[in-house]
Design a protein around this ligand. Structure first.
Ligand code: AMP
Ligand code: MG
Length: 400
C-alpha cells in the first residue's frame, strides 16, 4: 500500500545528510545571546564558588572548639563581599550568606540554632563538620566546560556564562529563512474574501514557527500560480537566504508550479512521504540556498514543518541536538482505524496525566492544531487502545 512512498525516517535522513551549519560565527554580548546557538564550547577561567563560603546566615566556627562547651565568643562579623580575619581559637564569627569562611573555621551553624547573649553565642544544636559551608570549586572547576558548542542558549545558560565572567559569546549568525506562499486563492486578513478565496493562514503559522526558532525571516508573501512568478521569487529568495520554505503547489496538479520552477532554477527532488497528514514534500537547492516545499494544506504544512523543516533548520543553525524529545504517555482514547501511513495525531495532555485526542483528525481542520499541545507519533497500521502507551511529542519540546 505504501509502495512508491518514502518513509519519514528515510526522508529525514536524506534531509539531514545535506544540512550543514551556516558558515559565519559572530561575537555577541552575553546579555544579548539568549536564543542564539553557541559556536564554540565555553570553559571557566575560575573556580565557582571561588572560595569556601557560607550557605546560611549564622556563625562560623571550628567544630573542635565545641568540645570545651557550647558557648563561644563572637570575635568578628563577616558580610557577603567582605573578607574575615583568621578565626581565633575558641571564638566564632558572625557570618552572612555568601560571605567567605574565615581561615580556621570549618563549619557554619545557622542562626536559628544559636542564641546570642552579649558577645557570647550558645550553639543549641550540635552541627556536623562542614555543615552549611559551600566548598570552593564545588560547582565549577577552573578550566571545566560550562557550555557545549551547538547549544541554543537558554536564559539560564547566559546566566551561567556570566557567572564565570564571560562577557561575549561566539554564536552562529542567524539563519536567513525565506518564505513564500503559492496559491491564486489566497488573500490576507483585512482583504475582501471573494467567493472561492481563502485566507493565507499558513503565512501566520509558518512565519510564527520561524520566529520561534530565532530565524531572520524574509517573507515574500503570496506568489501567483504561474511559472514565471514562481521562478522569479525563487531566484530572488535564493540570493538572499540560506533556506527557503514554501507552502502549496508541490503536488503535480495543473496549478502546481513549484516543481518546474525549482527545476528550472536549481535542483529538486519530489518525495511522496508515507505520513499523515503530509505526503508531498519537495527538497532541493537553488543557488546557495536549500529549498523545502511543504504541502499547502494548513495542518500538513504545520506538521511537516515540525517533522522535517525543524531538524533541517536546527542543523543549519549549528545545533547539535536536532531530535525532538519524545515522551511515553498514556492514551486516554481509542484509535481503532489507523492509517496505512505513519500518523501524527493532534492530542492534548489532560489533568490525569493521559492524552486526549482531538475528535476530528481531518488534515484540513486547523482547529485541531490550536486545541492540541502536541502530536502522537503513531506507527503505520497501529490501532491504539485506551490505556496503551504511545509516543507523544509535546509542542514544548518541538518548539525548542
Ligand atoms: P496545494 O498544496 O497548493 O494543492 O494546497 C492544498 C490545500 O491547501 C488547498 O485547499 C489550498 O487552498 C490550501 N492552501 C494552500 N496554501 C494555503 C495557505 N497559504 N493558507 C491556507 N490554506 C492554504
Ligand atoms: Mg495550490
Amino acid at each position: 500500500m505504501n509502495q512508491g512512498l518514502l518513509s519519514v525516517d528515510e526522508a529525514l535522513a536524506r534531509l539531514l545528510a545535506a544540512a550543514k551549519p551556516v558558515p559565519d560565527i559572530e561575537e555577541v554580548a552575553t546579555l544579548d545571546a539568549t536564543g542564539r546557538v553557541l559556536a564554540k564550547p565555553q570553559r571557566s577561567t575560575m573556580d565557582v564558588p571561588p572560595m569556601d563560603n557560607s550557605a546560611m546566615d549564622g556563625y562560623a566556627l571550628r567544630l573542635s572548639d565545641l568540645k570545651a562547651g557550647s558557648s563561644l565568643k563572637v570575635a568578628q562579623r563577616i558580610m557577603a563581599g567582605a573578607v574575615g580575619e583568621p578565626l581565633a581559637p575558641g571564638s566564632a564569627a558572625r557570618i552572612f550568606t555568601g560571605a567567605p569562611i574565615p581561615p580556621g573555621a570549618d563549619t557554619v551553624v545557622m542562626q536559628e540554632d544559636c542564641e546570642l547573649q552579649g558577645e557570647q553565642v550558645t550553639i543549641k544544636k550540635r552541627p556536623k563538620l562542614g555543615e552549611w559551608v559551600r566548598r570552593a570549586a564545588s560547582d565549577i572547576r577552573k578550566g571545566g566546560e560550562v557550555l557545549p558548542a551547538g547549544k541554543r542558549l537558554a536564559p539560564q545558560d547566559t546566566g551561567l556564562a556570566a557567572s564565570v565572567g564571560i562577557k561575549t559569546l561566539p554564536v552562529y549568525r542567524r539563519v536567513k529563512l525565506g518564505l513564500f506562499f503559492t496559491g491564486d486563492e489566497l488573500v490576507m486578513p483585512g482583504e475582501p474574501l471573494a467567493p472561492g478565496r481563502i485566507y493565507n493562514s499558513n503565512r501566520f503559522t509558518l512565519r510564527g514557527l520561524c520566529e520561534v526558532f530565532g530565524c531572520e525571516v524574509r517573507d515574500y508573501g503570496i506568489v501567483p500560480d504561474n511559472l514565471q512568478a514562481t521562478r522569479d521569487v525563487l531566484r530572488r529568495a535564493a540570493a538572499e537566504c540560506d533556506l527557503i520554505v514554501t507552502s502549496g503547489g508541490v503536488s503535480v496538479g495543473d496549478a502546481d508550479f513549484v516543481k518546474p520552477a525549482a527545476e528550472a532554477e536549481g535542483r529538486l527532488l519530489m518525495w511522496k512521504i508515507a505520513m499523515k497528514p503530509g505526503r508531498p514534500l519537495a527538497f532541493g537547492e537553488v543557488g546557495k540556498a536549500f529549498f523545502i516545499g511543504l504541502p499547502g494544506n494548513p495542518v500538513s504544512s504545520f506538521v511537516t514543518f515540525l517533522i522535517f523543516v525543524r531538524p533541517f533548520l536546527l542543523r543549519t543553525q549549528g545545533r547539535s541536538a536536532v531530535e525532538p524529545k519524545a515522551i511515553q504517555a498514556r492514551a486516554d482514547f481509542d484509535w481503532p482505524q489507523p492509517d496505512a501511513r505513519r500518523e501524527f495525531l493532534r492530542v492534548k495532555w489532560n489533568a490525569q496525566g493521559g492524552l486526549d485526542l482531538y475528535p476530528t483528525q481531518d488534515s484540513a481542520v486547523l482547529t485541531s492544531t490550536a486545541w492540541a499541545d502536541g502530536l502522537v507519533d503513531n506507527p503505520a497500521q497501529h490501532p491504539i487502545r485506551r490505556g496503551e502507551t504511545v509516543r507523544y511529542l509535546p509542542y514544548a519540546e518541538l518548539y525548542r
